[in-house]
Design a protein around this ligand. Sequence first.
Ligand code: HMG
Ligand code: MG
Length: 305
Amino acid sequence: MTQQVVRIIEMGPRDGLQNEKQSIPLATKLELIDRLALAGLREIEATSFVSPKWVPQMGDHDALMRGLKRRSGVAYPVLTPNLQGFEAAMAAGADYVAVFAAASEAFSKRNINCSIAESIDRFLPLMTAARERGIKVRGYVSCVIGCPYEGEVAPAKAAEVTQRLADIGCHEVSLGDTIGLGTPASVQRLLEACAKVLPLHRLAGHFHDTYGMGVANVYAAYGFGLRAFDASVGGLGGCPYAKGATGNVATEDVVYLLHGLGAYTGIDLEALVDTADWISAQLGRAPVSSVARALLAKRPAASAA
Ligand code: HMG
Ligand code: MG
């Protein structure tokens, strides 16, 4: 049987760090990105070109992009909410960009200060500029299962926004369970609806782990046929506009799951766990992921001085 290849899109430097209250030094962010590249991650969402008034932690986006040690075969995409962000991202050398919409009106308003329809309209000039330059644009749909303000979200609504993003030219749409409410059953219903509007190879799963369902949801989505997942090293993160939401499912948990299923990710799990341990220490905590904790506990204790 041919081995399944799965893309992991690393979210740690952007989705992971954007919610940190303490200001993280640029050198730490750059080292995190480089450690991830050396561990085998091939798509690393590096930062976002959003307003620094809204998300101060990402305010060093220009310096970060210019300071990257670019590794061959690694793409460093960024988040861009509008043409202004896109132009700045291009000037700073982003490889591709991502726009972000929501399946819930209330979340759209809180996150990007406009309705869902207005957000799509704002993306249009960005999409045109990207097309002219041959730049790929990924699309995110937030709150595909539930919204912190509106509650449950119908799969049909998530599918409708997915379709809109594909219609305006997004090559791939990442389905964001922003507050981690999903279970394998609701993920299945979501994918059934979205697969009707976009082929599975153009969809990705973006599961936050707030309820501890992240790995179960990746497993369900993998079983459904999805082969691209967003994940965050050490389980870092949360969304500034979704109170109480924790990070993306940890990259090391996803890699452990997928390797156990015989899939290929190209990622060195031990190097990834080192990175989870290192960045968590930089933030003054232990890695939250089970796999990191388990593998770290098996290592011989550092010899006492
Ligand atoms: P706005 O206030 O409506 O924008 O914000 P505006 O067009 O009226 O401009 C107001 C000011 O913002 C102006 O500056 C603009 O220049 C500036 P002023 O004249 O007042 O000095 N501005 C910008 N500055 C830098 N970069 C830009 C930019 N655009 C305008 N690109 C805006 C609208 C979208 C800008 C704002 O709401 C924003 O930046 N929001 C950020 C939201 C965000 O980053 N959220 C977290 C990421 S999304 C996420 O985590 C979910 C995801 O992970 C998937 C999931 O889990 O569901 C992707
Ligand atoms: Mg997210």
